[in-house]
Design a protein around this ligand. Sequence first.
Ligand code: GLN
Length: 197
Amino acid sequence: MSTPTIGVLALQGDVREHLVALAAADAVARPVRRPEELAEVDGLVIPGGESTTMSKLAVAFGMLQPLRERVRAGMPVYGTCAGMIMLADKILDGREDQETLGGIDMIVRRNAFGRQNESFEASIEMDGIEGGPVEGVFIRAPWVESTGARTEVLATYDGHTVAVRQANVLATSFHPELTGDHRVHGLFVEMVRAAQS
Ligand SMILES: NC(=O)CC[C@H](N)C(=O)O
């Protein structure tokens, strides 16, 4: 089977770390800033960063509609932290003009853990990840306040949902790209492969 090409949305955020993690998980990884670049990838990662800035830049770069269309058409997408927020159908505590791509029938609360604790790490058992828990790095992280019937909850922490999947769309509140453990990226690469075949 051919190696999938996976883009990392490179408007803002920890793009480089995701490129490294995807390459380690056997994908061809490249930054995506323009609609032409988006058209060439089999899947996309939306990195951590600041979702309000990412939303503004997506509008400024003419990427909002192309991104929405590809997500709606079933392109596999994985969002971490700010990326999770971008994939939520609805945001709580967002900025008034903040846009999302949608893709997961969930309500996400921005900076939810951030209010309690700016940044922390925790062991997270995640469905679909073999070989023990992943180290969850949470940085001003959102949590998932509620999910629809089609959304699968893959992990919780302290009673809050922190990893979800709906069809080809995966999202985590935490940042596996910062840990050197590439199993979650491996799961996403498999999702992209499965969508190709
Ligand atoms: N580490 C992160 O991606 C933080 C997300 C940020 N709090 C936001 O609202 O976008």
